[in-house]
Design a protein around this ligand. Structure first.
Ligand SMILES: Cc1cc2nc3c(=O)[nH]c(=O)nc-3n(C[C@H](O)[C@H](O)[C@H](O)COP(=O)(O)OP(=O)(O)OC[C@H]3O[C@@H](n4cnc5c(N)ncnc54)[C@H](O)[C@@H]3O)c2cc1C
Length: 467
């Protein structure tokens, strides 16, 4: 009896402790589920989302489809695109909780990197030139897929082939850029070092110690791209239900899916819910969500533009661990993102209005260009990234019946990786054996993540002492 009492007291204490931790450590602003209807992303504004009505929800109770895709971001839309192209006679249904492009896909920086510098660099150091080259050859196919889609379907998404300028804040970072420069050369990629004076004369700022310019990168409006992709997949026969949140999934040879208002069964499911995936019961131990934030100014007038130079309109980011990035929009606003990305206790999703980071972003703008003092910030927003501990994504197929396909964990490189994931998912579904399906990110398990409160503690320790 005494033992039982002890166990009960212990369990109550653990539950109370956990509830207290939740209260203290969770995002102080709010704990959203999936839908926050007032996302103030400048991209959604410029794409006219307020005027474009989302599709009706799925209301039927006994629907069946050959493939059901959950999530209408880039991954879900890319999977829908490639699956409907390869299997035009299959009934493919895409279910999206809010609207296509509502998640990270309509909120990101819109920077289409041709490859992930840091991963290529790490591979080169740890596994040598050939391993880095193999990764690079696959990685660069993502942006090419995006460009081809835009070109072939004439998607109006303000694509600008502007290149990228990586910026050093100090001499040590400048040395890293020099190493990048040598590495890119050995891979046959052109890049150009800029010293302090060159950066300062190009960008009219004293903030940076120098930079590395590469032609391989583009910028675009991601919300317009998501909307354009939705139109393309619908024209290929995919049925897109928006405002349709999936509540539960019962795996089996036939997967049973419950939505808020209806239900649907299918022999093949695609999970394309990236940072939201843990909410429907998958990848809780392998993927963690990080809050990511951005701000955009009002459009700059001619004098303001002249005062900051930036004639090349390159995407730019710095080399700090907090990672500051910036770019111009098609209507000449400055977008700034990064600076700090919090992890919210218990895999909490980001709020759209996380003040500590948003304030840092505003400061960062004026620290870079004090001459813009007084400029209006018209948009501030947040979103959630899906991270893995080693920054590599995972794409594959799982379940006893090998019929649950997935692609997620792009760790900040999803604008292009999501397109590759969509193609890989389609090839896996078709049973193809290709260089993509053999790529090491396919069917891999990302490193294990401990449960709370260790997860939060680990993240805090890492950001305080390792960054
Ligand atoms: C602020 C920010 C800046 C970024 N900057 C860049 C960048 O410059 N370059 C880059 O390459 N990457 C960037 N990223 C990352 C990139 O946006 C993502 O990796 C990419 O958009 C992921 O696409 P996705 O389709 O997998 O996920 P998402 O776009 O998040 O789509 C998932 C969709 O699933 C839906 N969903 C979730 N749960 C359910 C459910 N239960 N039922 C139905 N639907 C559901 C959501 O509503 C959402 O629309 C950034 C991300 C953020 C947040």
């Amino acid at each position: 009896m005494g033992f039982l009492k002890g166990v009960l007291t212990g369990l109550t204490a653990v539950a109370a402790g956990s509830a207290l931790l939740n209260k203290v450590l969770a995002d102080p602003e709010r704990k959203p589920l999936i839908s926050e209807y007032a996302v103030r992303s400048v991209w959604m504004h410029l794409a006219g989302f307020d005027e474009i009505k989302p599709n009706p929800p799925l209301l039927e109770n006994t629907t069946q489809a050959d493939v059901v895709i959950i999530g209408g971001g880039f991954t879900g839309l890319a999977a829908a695109y490639h699956l409907s192209k390869s299997h035009p006679n299959k009934r493919i249904i895409l279910l999206e909780a809010a609207r296509c492009g509502y998640g990270g896909s309509g909120r990101n920086g819109g920077i289409l990197q041709d490859f992930d510098n840091h991963l290529v660099m790490v591979l080169m150091q740890k596994k040598g030139l050939e391993a880095a080259r193999t990764y690079y050859e696959i990685d660069r196919q993502g942006p090419e897929l995006v460009r081809t889609l835009i070109r072939e379907h004439q998607i109006d998404c303000d694509l600008e082939e502007c290149g990228v300028l990586e910026l050093a804040l100090n001499d040590q970072q400048m040395e890293t850029l020099q190493t990048f420069h040598r590495n890119w050369k050995s891979l046959g990629i052109d890049s150009r070092i800029l010293d302090r004076e060159e950066v300062s004369s190009e960008l009219k700022t004293d903030r940076f110690a120098g930079g590395l310019h590469k032609d391989l990168a583009a910028i675009l409006n991601p919300a317009k791209l998501a909307h354009g992709l939705k139109t393309v997949v619908e024209s290929q026969g995919v049925e897109v239900y928006e405002r349709t949140r999936v509540m539960s999934i019962k795996p089996g040879s036939t997967v049973e899916i419950e939505t808020e208002f209806g239900s649907i069964s299918t022999p093949s499911l695609v999970l394309a819910t990236n940072a939201y995936t843990h909410q429907i019961g998958f990848f809780k131990e392998r993927i963690f969500p990080l809050g990511a934030y951005a701000i955009a100014t009002e459009p700059l007038d001619r004098n303001q533009l002249e005062s900051i130079g930036w004639q090349g309109r390159e995407a730019m980011w710095d080399m700090s661990p907090e990672f500051f990035y910036t770019r111009l929009t098609a209507d000449n606003r400055i977008l700034i993102g990064g600076e700090s990305s919090p992890y919210f206790y218990g895999n909490g999703l980001s709020t759209g209005n996380y003040k500590p980071t948003l304030e840092k972003l505003e400061k960062s703008l004026l620290q870079t260009w004090p001459q813009l003092n007084g400029i209006q910030i018209t948009h501030k927003w947040g979103g959630t990234l899906a991270m893995t501990l080693d920054y590599h994504p995972t794409i594959g197929v799982m379940g006893e019946n090998r019929n649950i396909f997935y692609g997620l964990g792009y760790s900040g490189h999803g604008v292009s990786w999501s397109q590759l994931a969509g193609k890989i998912i389609s090839q896996l579904y078709s049973g193809d054996d290709t260089e993509l399906t053999r790529f090491y990110c396919v069917n891999r398990k990302p490193p294990y993540l401990p449960p709370e409160p260790l997860r939060k503690a680990g993240f805090e320790l890492y950001t305080r002492f390792m960054m």
